[in-house]
Design a protein around this ligand. Structure first.
Ligand SMILES: [Mg+2]
Length: 311
């Protein structure tokens, strides 16, 4: 059983109260905060040694990553982060200096984004070292950009570049907080998600939440990260740049859907607001079920592992 099958089984066991505006199934939970003009955003995330970082990863970059991942989820809602609590699962032989350096990395990023680190919890862990960060934030009432608002025919946009994250981007990425905030304020973005599992992995989440059958991605429009292109050129035939852009994961870019009529205005606004951050229109939402890649050979079905031609 994979992670997503398990989540499907657990979802019916979650409880809902009148406070829940948007529950499980989006980048953050959205909770009512009556009288404030704001809604509360809530997100938790875990990174695990030997999955998200290694024993030799520079500790400050581990801490930075642990917090940056949850900031990215607040960004995907168009919100502002507020405060975080941190839970550590510590192996018996933990080195206190390493944990301090991890915290220092987290604190540097927290200061940069005006996030309070307000405590946490530690426990002995049999073997594996993990760091969990839970983050709160807020968004003006009714202004959260959900995964579920996309419409048939919408143009699909992505910020930044995709693929090759393992070369360092997965540790050092800048969460697209300002960009997500700006997008939410435009009021023309129908749906948004941050890319943590790769375009091929996360686009289906947006489609499913919105009840849209499918999407068509244009291979020639995909923005490749330099490391994705270099790996492809170095003869890594298992991962051509297109496959890397679709499946590598941990891009932490924003994927969002906009009505074609509003696309040009959004593009122009973005380019004047964020001249140093790339934006790409990579495809559109369609009624044909499934995700497809259009390239010079025609239309190919895309799965979470890539597109069929290469798998
Ligand atoms: Mg997310």
């Amino acid at each position: 059983m994979n992670e997503f099958d398990l989540i499907r089984r657990l979802k019916p066991l979650l409880t809902v109260t009148s406070s829940v505006v948007t529950g499980a199934g989006d980048d953050c939970a959205v909770l009512a905060n009556p009288g404030s003009g704001r809604e509360i955003l809530l997100k938790t995330d875990i990174i695990v040694e030997d999955i998200h970082f290694t024993p030799t990863t520079e500790p400050s970059r581990i801490g930075r990553k642990a917090l940056a991942r949850v900031i990215s989820d607040i960004a995907a809602m168009g919100g502002i982060p507020t405060a975080a609590v941190i839970t550590l699962g510590l192996p018996v032989d933990f080195v206190p200096e390493r944990i301090e350096a991890i915290y220092a990395g987290m604190a540097d990023l927290a200061r940069q984004y005006h996030i309070a680190l307000v405590g946490g919890e530690t426990s002995r862990s049999q073997g594996v070292f993990f760091i969990n960060v839970a983050l709160t934030g807020w968004v003006e009432t009714g202004c959260a950009v959900l995964r579920s608002g996309a419409q048939l025919g919408d143009a699909l946009f992505v910020s930044g570049e995709l693929g090759g994250s393992i070369e360092g981007h997965h540790l050092d990425f800048t969460p697209r907080l300002e960009e997500g905030r700006w997008l939410a304020q435009q009021r023309t973005v129908h749906a948004m998600i941050d890319l943590s599992d790769g375009l091929a992995g996360d686009l289906p989440h947006l489609l499913e939440a919105s009840g849209i059958p499918g999407a068509e991605i244009h291979a020639s429009a995909l923005p490749f990260r330099r490391s994705a292109r270099l790996r492809a050129r170095s003869g890594d035939t298992a991962k051509p740049a297109v496959a890397a852009a679709l499946t590598d994961g941990e891009d932490f870019e924003l994927l969002f859907a906009v009505a074609p009529a509003n696309a040009i205005r959004l593009l122009d606004g973005w380019k004047s607001q964020f001249p140093n951050v790339r934006i790409s229109c990579i495809g559109r939402l369609t009624s044909q079920p499934g995700v497809f890649l259009r390239n010079e050979r025609g239309l190919m079905p895309v799965t979470a592992n890539g597109f069929q031609h290469f798998s």
